[in-house]
Design a protein. Structure first.
Length: 150
């Protein structure tokens, strides 16, 4: 080997140095798809019956209308009383009241005055006249006799 760390030079038969050309090989690797075979995939559904047991919850709601008809000051909220949910239904009601309204007063003042008036008037009056008439004497009756016995 020489100082440049290359291969030792080849010697020719005449004793001189001979130059040997060196070749370098390289490889390029590539790939491509090659169809070698085809595949068909089909699906098939198979059915079988099996009994499945599962607990299902069923819930029913029963609505009961409870009339209250009471005046309240504020809107009550929804509340829970045991297993009953209470939803208040509130209605606004126009309240008409009969009130006395003093609209006006009539002030009546009486004034008395005396006026002398002259007017012709027809006046009527009845008088009783009593006269005594002399009659024939009547028979005397006893107090026990009645008028039918005569």
């Amino acid at each position: 080997m020489t100082a440049d760390n290359g291969p030792p030079p080849a010697r020719s038969s005449d004793g001189g140095d001979a130059v040997i050309p060196l070749h370098d090989e390289s490889v390029t690797v590539g790939k491509q798809r090659v169809e070698r075979s085809r595949v068909r995939v089909t699906t098939r559904v198979s059915e079988r019956e099996q009994i499945v047991r599962e607990a299902l919850e069923h819930e029913e709601a029963t609505v009961t209308r409870v009339p209250i008809d009471r005046e309240i000051d504020a809107h009550p909220g929804i509340r829970q009383e045991g297993d009953v949910t209470v939803i208040p239904l509130v209605e606004e009601v126009l309240v008409v009241e009969r009130r006395l309204l003093l609209r006006e007063e009539l002030h009546i003042r009486k004034n008395r005055r005396t006026v002398e008036v002259e007017q012709p008037v027809t006046l009527r009056s009845e008088d009783a006249v009593v006269e005594r008439v002399t009659a024939p004497p009547s028979p005397v009756r006893s107090p026990n006799q009645t008028s039918s016995e005569e």
